[in-house]
Ligand binder design. Structure first.
Ligand code: HAM
Length: 430
């Protein structure tokens, strides 16, 4: 058996020099940035299981969606239960919200998650069978300020990471009634062009004509361009909600454009939908998307609460940053690397290492007993800021010659002052 990960999945490893975005320290940084942002926006973390009952996704994501029809990792467990690896984060969060009666708490529930998702998609650059999302769901607010707050949150997250060249598209799908009217008008229009539509779109025409607007097929594009706009079908309430959302975005100076063809691939949306695209990625250029799903919680047996959220693909964020040659954090490296030259020196170095670590200083020691030049090679590779070789002289004088690995300059430091010296000369890692 060839020991390789299955197609469409990948490992996140320390400092991947070929594919930098797979380096674990970048993932750690992304997660840390999200957690800091979550504090500012008063979000609390929610962690749900990696698998759920299959029925949950069929009901929430939609029986005709690509995810449910083609992409779910479903299996029957030993107790004959139909289960599915979570393809997206909203359905499990809503399930947990209802199950734990979180709606009985006062005010909004403001939740975030950082989690792997599983979709059996055709694997290609930017599209994986296990991908990771940071996601936010705000439950219990009808206000257009909340829609704008979510877009602001996503945009702030990206800009804090240093992402540039972003394009934010926004649309309104209206409420159920206005969407139904639009669906009928759209269907009528598309039926007149049915023969010119792609095979996939012809199938969708009956079941879910709105999804045709999402089609990337050049054949469909020409027809879609002349289709009626959903914005002409919005009722007063939906129109006002959308206009107020846009006004909030303008007030926050967030750049956006209205795209009346934006529908998104999940069935639970109504009112606002949005997508953020990076112009530095290829075909899979959506780094995040979301929208409102008023009515879904009630439909699933929970309280009648409005809700909206977004999800953002972590792989694509990192890939876009690398493509833009953004300034990225360096991997964590030791403050000090110790090379003992004798058994006695090793015992001493071992204790020093522990003392320094107790003071929260990162220290690594060569305990392999390799020749000095080999050990120096390891020290170099570790990226340590300082190097200390401990031999008989150092043990006798109780002093190190601490070599700055960058400048090559050595400084005499008594053992007793080592901790202070390293703290005073701490290097910023990020
Ligand atoms: P989504 O648009 O399906 O929305 O996924 C969100 C983001 O996840 C995408 O914009 C993309 O960056 C990333 N993504 C999706 N599939 C893949 C894949 N196969 N490989 C790599 N990245 C991928 C949702 O999942 C909704 N639950 C978002 C949401 C939350 N709406 C409301 N609340």
């Amino acid at each position: 058996m060839e020991l390789k990960a299955p197609p469409g999945v990948f490992d996140i490893i320390p400092s991947d020099s070929k594919e930098v975005w797979k380096s674990s320290h970048l993932w750690e940084w992304l997660e840390k940035t999200m957690r800091e942002l979550a504090k500012c926006y008063c979000l609390q973390e929610i962690r749900t299981p990696i698998f759920e009952k299959t029925e949950l996704f069929c009901r929430v994501v939609g029986e005709t969606s690509d995810i449910v029809t083609k992409e779910m990792y479903s299996f029957v467990d030993r107790g004959d239960r139909d289960l599915t690896l979570r393809p997206e984060g909203t359905a499990p969060v809503i399930r947990a919200f209802i199950e734990h009666r979180l709606g009985e708490k006062q005010g909004e529930q403001r939740l975030f998650y950082i989690a792997p998702m599983f979709r059996y998609e055709r694997s290609q650059a930017g599209r994986y069978r296990q991908h990771h999302q940071v996601g936010v769901e705000i439950i219990g607010s009808k206000a257009p300020e909340t829609d704008a707050e979510l877009i602001d949150m996503a945009y702030t997250f990206y800009t804090r990471l240093g992402l540039k060249n972003l394009s934010i598209a926004i649309n309104s799908l209206g409420n159920k009634e206005s969407r139904q009217k639009y669906k009928e008008a759209l269907k009528q229009y598309l039926e007149a062009h049915v023969d010119a539509l792609s095979k996939d779109s012809q199938i969708r025409l009956e079941k879910n004509p709105l999804r045709i607007l999402d089609s990337k097929s050049p054949q469909d594009q020409a027809i879609i361009a002349k289709a009626p706009s959903i914005l002409d079908f919005l009722d007063e309430e939906s129109k006002t909600h959308f206009e107020e959302t846009l006004a909030c975005l303008k007030a926050l100076n967030i750049p956006f454009h209205v795209n009346p063809m934006l529908v998104r691939g999940l069935d639970y949306y109504n009112q606002t939908v949005f997508e953020i695209v990076s112009t530095n990625l290829g075909a899979q250029n959506s780094i995040g998307g979301g929208g409102r799903y008023d009515g879904l919680i009630k439909e699933l047996g929970g309280p009648d609460l409005s809700a909206c959220g977004f999800g953002s693909g972590m792989e694509r964020i990192l890939q876009a940053l690398v493509a833009q040659e953004a300034k990225l954090p360096l991997p964590n490296t030791p403050a000090l690397f110790l090379i003992p030259l004798s058994e006695e020196a090793k015992k001493k170095a071992f204790l020093i290492q522990k003392q320094l670590r107790s003071a929260n200083i990162s220290v690594q020691m060569d305990s392999s007993g390799k020749k000095l030049n080999k050990a120096m090679g390891i020290a170099n590779q570790s990226g340590a800021k300082f190097l200390a070789v401990i031999g008989d002289d150092e043990l006798t004088t109780q002093t190190f010659a601490l070599k700055d690995m960058h400048s090559g300059i050595a400084t005499k430091v008594p053992f007793a002052d080592l901790q202070k010296f390293l703290i005073d000369n701490r290097k910023p890692h990020v």
